[in-house]
Design a binder for this molecule. Structure first.
Ligand code: ATP
Ligand code: MG
Length: 259
């Protein structure tokens, strides 16, 4: 795979800037980037920013320990560190979104995969210990799907984090599975949280749309992109003040139809 530096080197050149009579002028050979080039370029830039950003975070942490700061200075350092972490989250989501490759299909016991994601979730700092996850698995427990394990784990993770962020700490979220029309395996994540207004519902699939102070707005865009690459679709039902259910439907394929 090309490194960020190579991508940048191969990307279409920006227009040449020439100093003329003390002013800068754009030469007329400016070529618009194709969507693929744009995505590669964005991924290259994100990759380039990531390493120095992590170095900056590490330096701040070391200086913080050495100086043993107090009061306002300590708070400023904490803000700088949390902003570094936020930027790092934005960049990794951006890279996952930009580089979403074709799924690597493998036979996976989907309920086992879900249990693994739910176990990891329990150790995430965003998961309140008082929260309950209710399982309603109606699809056969041994159901095997041809899916990309990492991508579908990421999809479920994004939906669960959204649900957790939408409900009070001592509330519950519900995870349901079922088969539909013998063709689809459907997985729903349901919360009885804040819900969405009709205006928000219209925008949630757009990359970078967020109503959260620390959100990147790439979670649901990624969900849709990955599920579509599996030949599936996503359904959303939400009402302000009532809650939200997001359902992903993945095709049930037999072994013969797998390339
Ligand atoms: N379960 C939910 N309940 C209420 N609103 C939701 C829910 N899931 C998503 N949303 C709304 O959709 C927006 C977009 O969600 P998305 O997951 O794409 O980004 P995000 O959660 O804001 O940021 P992140 O990139 O960290 O996931 C959210 O900001 C929120 O307004
Ligand atoms: Mg999200």
């Amino acid at each position: 795979m090309a490194t960020g530096r190579q991508i940048l080197r191969n990307a279409p050149r920006p227009p040449e800037w020439r100093a003329e009579r003390g002013r800068y002028q754009v030469t007329p050979d400016l070529q618009p980037l194709s969507p693929t080039q744009l995505v590669e370029w964005v991924a290259g830039v994100a990759h380039e920013i990531r390493n120095p950003l992590s170095a900056i975070g590490n330096c701040i942490e070391i200086i913080d320990k050495q100086l043993d700061l107090q009061g306002d200075s300590k708070e400023l350092v904490a803000i700088a560190l949390s902003e570094c972490e936020r930027l790092d989250r934005v960049l990794s989501n951006l890279l996952s979104f930009a580089r979403c490759s074709e799924p690597l299909l493998q036979p996976v016991n989907v309920h086992e995969l879900m249990e693994r994601v739910l176990t990891t979730l329990r150790y995430d700092t965003r998961f309140p210990p008082t929260m309950n996850v209710v399982r309603d698995f109606r699809a056969p427990l041994q159901q095997v799907l041809w899916i990309d394990r990492d991508q579908i784990s990421q999809v479920l993770w994004n939906l669960l984090i959204n649900a957790i962020q939408a409900v009070p700490r001592d509330n519950a979220i519900k995870v349901t599975t079922c088969l539909e029309e013998d063709d689809w395996f459907c997985l729903s994540v349901q919360d009885k949280g804040v819900g969405m207004s009709p205006e928000v519902i219209q925008k949630v699939w757009q990359p970078f749309f967020t109503t959260k102070t620390s959100g990147t707005g790439l979670g649901l865009a990624m969900v849709q992109q990955m599920v579509r690459k599996h030949g599936g679709h996503v359904r959303l039902r939400s009402e302000e003040g009532q809650g939200t259910t997001v359902t992903i439907c993945l095709p049930l394929r037999d072994n013969a139809s797998i390339p």
